[in-house]
Design a binder for this molecule. Structure first.
Ligand code: SIN
Length: 542
């Protein structure tokens, strides 16, 4: 990668709408925007480098004969420990069925039984409501369908290997982004009348995560630097069952495995979930993840086991083909052996605060999907609600971006006006990989499933030091991702320190009660916008 200390922005591109990110929310937004103007979609890496693509379990939707949107609503609010925003949750469950029907009409192939959609069961759902595809590969099917539709729209341009560095803020309004072309190191400015962020989560902040390597919190960090408010950053969902092997990454073992009857055993071979919750393996994720954590502590083990060996081998291979073959690659035949599992960071419930229409607190900036905090997940996301959220709020954010653009035109800005950027010298970070490693370890051990005030304070101090160190890092993808990870980590740690109660995914050993003063208040992270280099802020004379 070239050092870009003295580099200038060399190209300005204009578009009506800029969409950053290529998962379900971004694709759904782009499709809606495409009938209102030119849409430029940029993403780092390639079309499969997003969390949607790897989603296994499914998409929750109240479409079965035994289900109703009110039940889906109640389950979501209950799993979120009463911290979900009700109007947003209503929109999710009420508009969800139409978004799924639409996807079916576009050619989505969801699994069926006797010609009817098959609905699976997952934790904390009172009905079988999870649609799946290819057994355990819903994400790639959704990306396939949405991408195929997007390809048919002449107004959508998709460019990969474009790393968004910062949002452009002109006169207090988001007007696009500065982008690094990863392969050439060229800097570009994309000017747009409205920008939709759909960059996903930040699982790479943790030593153990089910997320792909691309989940480095870029959108959250960019929005923060641009002056937008982040919300509920303390709520990070740890998936109870990720593969635990010294030789493997923490590959996800879908909750659907427990939905189909998979049981958890500790290293004394005991089924232990009955000691923690009446719903046992199908209690909500925060409950199951912490129960596993307790068992691991009590038995001094690094993992527990997921046991599906009582299910028939042919069923397992058909229902979980990806999981079966992946585990086999790591020398575990799940039809015959118990699978070593432990919790892993999985999903960010918090993110860039949006209203019910996907608008952030920064005019011109909209957000949808995991990068956003629309309020539908509260303190703990109900399993399989996130793909639905991507569809519903991808569309909603696009609709409000269209409204916004009807009285905000694309700004005009010349290369001469921009001048040199960044304005102050940048310095390369010597050992980014080492720093990332220390960060991942710090987050996992100090701001993980079990938290404590003293430890959190020290972690915040450490993260603040690292953040200062990386302030003006040189413009390479690795350096900038590291800076983003650290900024997101710091917001998470600060919010976790601020929240002095135990609720949902946030467990404070020193504040074990669920309700205390202000327990219903949502935490907010906000940095005053500095008129310096990051982000590019230009205040023009009127
Ligand atoms: C899973 O398959 O367990 C993950 C689904 C989700 O996170 O909603």
């Amino acid at each position: 990668m070239p050092r870009t200390n003295t580099k200038k922005i060399s190209q300005i591109i204009e578009t009506d709408f800029l969409v950053i990110g290529s998962g379900v929310a971004g694709l759904r937004a782009a499709l809606e925007l495409s009938s209102h103007g030119r849409v430029l979609m940029v993403a780092k890496g390639g079309p499969q480098e997003n969390s949607t693509f790897f989603a296994q379990g499914g998409v929750a939707v109240a479409l079965s004969e035994e289900d109703h949107v009110d039940l889906h609503f109640t389950d979501t609010i209950k799993a979120g420990h009463q911290l979900c925003r009700k109007p947003a949750t209503k929109a999710l469950v009420q508009e969800g069925p139409a978004r799924i029907e639409e996807l079916l009409s576009w050619g989505a192939k969801f699994d069926k039984i006797k010609g009817k959609l098959a609905f699976a069961h997952e934790g904390a759902h009172s009905r079988r409501r999870i649609l799946r595809a290819g057994g355990d590969a819903i994400g790639s099917e959704m990306v396939r369908v949405l991408t195929a539709c997007a390809r048919q729209q002449s107004t959508i341009t998709w460019i990969g290997n474009q790393f968004s560095i910062d949002l452009l803020v002109l006169d207090g309004q988001c007007c696009g982004a500065i982008v690094l072309e990863e392969l050439t190191g060229k800097l570009k400015l994309i000017l747009a009348s409205a920008t939709v962020l759909s960059t996903g989560g930040a699982g790479q902040v943790y030593a153990r995560t089910t997320n792909p390597g691309s989940a480095t919190g870029d959108g959250m960090a960019m929005a923060l630097r641009a002056g937008a408010v982040l919300e509920d950053m303390e709520f990070v969902q740890f998936h109870p069952t990720a593969l635990y092997l010294p030789s493997s990454p923490p590959f996800l073992l879908s909750e659907a495995m427990r939905g189909e009857g998979g049981r958890l055993r500790n290293n004394k071979r005991e089924f232990f979930m009955k000691r923690y919750h009446k719903d046992r393996e199908l209690a909500s994720r925060d409950v199951v993840a912490r129960a596993i954590w307790s068992e691991m502590e009590a038995t001094k083990a690094r993992h527990v086991y997921l046991d599906v060996t009582h299910l028939s081998a042919s069923f397992i291979k058909k229902r979980f083909p990806t999981i079966y073959s992946t585990c086999l690659r790591y020398d575990i035949d799940i039809t015959e052996e118990w699978i070593p599992v432990s919790p892993s960071a999985h999903y960010w419930m918090g993110g860039v605060h949006t209203d019910i229409h996907g608008a952030t607190t920064l005019p011109g900036l909209f957000a949808a999907g995991e990068v956003a905090c629309s309020g539908v997940h509260g303190a703990n996301r109900l399993a399989s609600n996130s793909l639905l959220e991507g569809l519903v709020f991808g569309l909603r954010s696009a609709q409000s971006a269209v409204d916004f653009s009807s009285d905000h035109t694309i700004p005009s800005l010349s290369l001469r006006e921009i001048g040199n950027w960044p304005k102050s010298p940048t310095k390369p970070v010597r050992d980014t990989e080492k720093l990332r490693n220390s960060l991942r370890r710090l987050m996992w051990t100090k701001i993980g499933l079990v938290r404590n005030g003293d430890v959190l304070s020290k972690a915040v101090n450490q993260l603040t030091r690292w953040e200062k160190m990386l302030g003006q890092t040189s413009l390479t993808r690795t350096n900038m991702e590291t800076r983003n990870l650290i900024e997101v980590a710091r917001c998470t740690a600060e919010a976790a320190l601020w929240r002095e109660n135990t609720i949902g995914a946030h467990f404070r050993k020193d504040f074990p009660n669920a309700k205390g003063l202000n327990w219903k208040t949502h935490s907010q992270s906000h940095r005053p916008l500095k008129t310096t280099d990051f982000p590019l802020t230009i205040k023009r004379a009127k």
